[in-house]
Design a protein around this ligand. Sequence first.
Ligand SMILES: [Mg+2]
Length: 375
Amino acid sequence: MMSMKTTISVIKCDVGSLAGHHVVPQPLLNIAERRLKEAAETGLINSYFVFNVGDDMELLMVHNKGVDNTEIHTLAWNVFQEAAKKATNLKLYGAGQDLLVTAFSGNVRGLGPGVAEMEIEERASEPIVVLAADKTEPGAWNYPLFKIFADPSNTAGLVIDPKMMCGFKFEVLDVIENKAVVLKCPEEMYELIALIGTPGRYVIRRIWRASDDMICAVSSTTRLSLIAGRYVGKDDPVCIIRAQHGLPALGEILAPFMHSYFVEGWMRGSHWGPLMPVGLKDARCTVFDGPPRVVAIGLQICNGKIACDDDGKPMIADLFADVAFDMARQEAMQFAAILRRMGEFMPARLGPEELEYTGLKETLKKLEKRFKKVE
Ligand SMILES: [Mg+2]
């Protein structure tokens, strides 16, 4: 019997939110829930989970149609369109914000929504972690993905598990010039860090186990400003990671979040901010439109579906809703207070190259004629 392949798709979009860029309200989530339920009933998808991180609606879908599938992308696009229409009717904030293009041609890539998709051959047990963040950008995963798959001080398996000693291959995308390079760790670790230490430009897109090219992690890499040519909100990212059995353990995937770390984004996408790991109920942005938040969803893939409980409901672990991450949350608020004391002065504010798509450019233009040459 040929083994059936399973696809995990996470497609997300900011279609409008309640009281500013705060949170996706229930009526919009209800639309997604209803549409994906219908899609599961007709057999288009096998199972799903709808959630939100701040103002981003996240559609997690498990199916057998492969990545970049027209029917799956059309389903997501239609959900976002319908939700954006509802948001417009309710005069919610930023209604349809991320839907940058009106003409849809069967794939949401490059149109505004963020996409992370992975087609896998299911192992005997297939634990998955989905990370999703608000008020930051795809490069925000560079640091934890490096720690998880390349840093033996984070991931004991790199030293202890013979199946991981072969190392991992990282595909790094240059989002400015739209080209990619594959680097292998541990051999090319310094080259990898040289690139991904600039998260606004070089973004880890995919990771494979080097011994057998098994796909291990996929992240969304859209930069909205590069599509629209202007600032339209940050490109709040998602990432799918496989765990255990020759791959990093669940706890090794979560270990980088024991501490807060700094990411680009936060208020108006123009500031450095501390990433705060939170449970789903706290995935809402408040202080200075943040601090940037990340959630982690744990699940098991079972015969093409999300493993379900006795009532047929997908079992979802809300991984950061745990006291173990209280310290990181405290740290994040301390870092947030320190940065906010600096107001609009660097390094609290991003560098000029990152502000190119904001209104700051207009201020410079306005003052251009008033600058006098100094002898
Ligand atoms: Mg957002």
